[in-house]
Design a protein around this ligand. Sequence first.
Ligand SMILES: *[C@@H]1O[C@H](CO)[C@@H](O)[C@H](O)[C@H]1NC(C)=O
Ligand SMILES: *[C@@H]1O[C@H](CO)[C@@H](O)[C@H](O)[C@H]1NC(C)=O
Ligand SMILES: *[C@@H]1O[C@H](CO)[C@@H](O)[C@H](O)[C@H]1NC(C)=O
Ligand SMILES: *[C@@H]1O[C@H](CO)[C@@H](O)[C@H](O)[C@H]1NC(C)=O
Ligand SMILES: *[C@@H]1O[C@H](CO)[C@@H](O)[C@H](O)[C@H]1NC(C)=O
Length: 633
Amino acid sequence: MSWARAAGRALAALLLAASALSAALLASGDALERGPRGLDRKKHVELKMDQALLLIQNELLGTNLTVYWNSERCYRCLPQVLGSVSGPGKPGKPSVAPVAVSTQHSSILQLNDTLDEREVCRLTYKFGEFGNYSLLVKPVHNGVNETACELVVNKNPVDSNLPVYIALLVGLAVIIAVCFLRFLLSLDDFNNWISKAINSRETDRLINSELGSPSRAGLSGDDAQPEAWRPSVVPLRLRCVDTFRGLALILMVFVNYGGGKYWYFKHASWNGLTVADLVFPWFVFIMGSSIFLSMNSILQRGCSKFRLLRKIAWRSFLLICIGIIIVNPNYCLGPLSWDKVRIPGVLQRLGATYFVVAVLELLFAKPVPESCVSERRCPSLQDITSSWPQWLVILVLESIWLALTFFLPVPGCPTGYLGPGGIGDLGAYPNCTGGAAGYIDRLLLGHDHIYQHPSSTVLYHTTTAYDPESILGTINSIVMAFLGVQAGKILLYYKDQTKDILIRFTAWCCFLGLISVVLTKVSENEGFVPVNKNLWSISYVTTLSSFAFFILLVLYPIVDVKGLWTGSPFHYPGMNSILVYVGHEVFKNYFPFQWRLQDNQSHKEHLVQNLVATALWVLIAYVLYRKKVFWKI
Ligand SMILES: *[C@@H]1O[C@H](CO)[C@@H](O)[C@H](O)[C@H]1NC(C)=O
Ligand SMILES: *[C@@H]1O[C@H](CO)[C@@H](O)[C@H](O)[C@H]1NC(C)=O
Ligand SMILES: *[C@@H]1O[C@H](CO)[C@@H](O)[C@H](O)[C@H]1NC(C)=O
Ligand SMILES: *[C@@H]1O[C@H](CO)[C@@H](O)[C@H](O)[C@H]1NC(C)=O
Ligand SMILES: *[C@@H]1O[C@H](CO)[C@@H](O)[C@H](O)[C@H]1NC(C)=O
């Protein structure tokens, strides 16, 4: 029927072909890249993913060494004992101890004399995955009793990022192929040539209609362009909003499925940003924009506020219920008991945020000023000044967050603590994970009803439960959603004034970026408020909303104004977000989203599996879009 449909179908086919191709490509490299696993069984060191073998060779007669390890990413952490090497029996025959070291970040190794805790040597090195290294500790005979440590590479590591590069290249190739295809389709000569070659009326008709109206290809008003928008008839559905939502959602699916088990596709241990930390706030942000855009059109249609309130409450309730069911899966771990049910979660957070922001907008909803609608002239700060009561509420909420975070006394912990606890802060506050945010959750919900494996358990060895979707953090997700509302207001108030919209997006992007710079002092750990996904700190919100405004700044002109890109394939999942989110969580462990890997410790296989699963969800979303199945709650 439409040109968009053909492009979408071609893209879906290409996606599948690409995943098959990359699977084949990666599988062929398999034989070459077998790590040292299996060979070192006699030494009792089984290398896992993201590890290297380090042989510590001690040549110091009569000196036993203790080896301490620390990751450079672990901020102010207590060194952990990695192993110990006894002194050699006789000179010239060093004793060797094999240890596995992490290769994700640079390692700080510290070798101390076991007897008197004298430091023998210290070095910082970035090991490579499945490499084989030796650390030679030997005496130097130059008059003084000194020792030298020398690192030798026995076997070069594999490049664990290679599969990511290949996947990126394949992705790029797909994009280029699709663009080329579209370009061909848009050439009249080419079409004539095809129709002549095939010489069939049917094809002719098909191709002509395919070319009919590319950017206006319609699905019951969903594709309405801004200029086709008539107030109170067609709801303003901006493609850039759907595209952005779909982009965040697809990244979220990929990351939740494991992201190839690369550290940068997993959540940061504590402070800092990884790819995985980007997606949830963007989703919240775009939810805010949609709340405003859809509420505005519903109110314009004359729906009563009370009915809308009931609908909002019901939706939030449904989101929270579905969320609780999803975060408490029964399989694998055996049946779950009521006293271990986790209460917070992603959908719960979304439900609560949705409720607060939607009610806030409903309470103070004002029609878009006449001057903005008819005369296409809107006073320059109208979008902000018209919502001053909402801003007031948001400022009060943010003050509550700041006050609780920095001034709530937490028993046994310093007031205003923002660290991970565990071995962080030199092990001074092991049970203080998350400071006030963690304390409030444990107090109100109970230790057993929150998330038991926060991302800090690995690097910071935390033992306390901590929920990344904490109650306190919900305040900041409300702020994030409200910034999204603001973006929606800009899009609606300055509807046909592209320049005004772009200026405002740029201004917000810079303003929020500046706040982030001040709050974090452009450092990961040393700022006033570090960027932190687990806490949803305010700097995290400002940084991510700055990025979000930037993305809208790019997407809006390309997708909605110029129509250079339809937003496919991202807008398919973007228009069916609840279904894709719930579906990917529920079917996580089912074939073909997951299968048994030949080598469980290979990034490559995990990456292929996760990419195929993600592509399948895009495909499912596309099929549902074609069939006009949308799950709305
Ligand atoms: C690592 O290298 C050392 C020295 O070349 C060698 O003796 C050892 O067998 C290697 N270990 C593995 C697991 O390849
Ligand atoms: C070093 O360790 C070995 C065995 O672990 C022990 O027998 C020896 O006494 C230790 N030597 C010193 C100097 O501590
Ligand atoms: C190793 O020795 C140094 C110097 O004596 C000491 O400062 C350090 O704390 C020791 N390291 C550990 C992990 O005990
Ligand atoms: C080196 O160590 C040996 C034995 O531990 C000692 O006898 C000698 O005096 C030391 N030399 C220096 C220069 O410290
Ligand atoms: C932290 O909690 C654990 C277990 O709940 C407890 O054994 C330990 O003593 C606590 N540590 C501190 C410093 O309070």
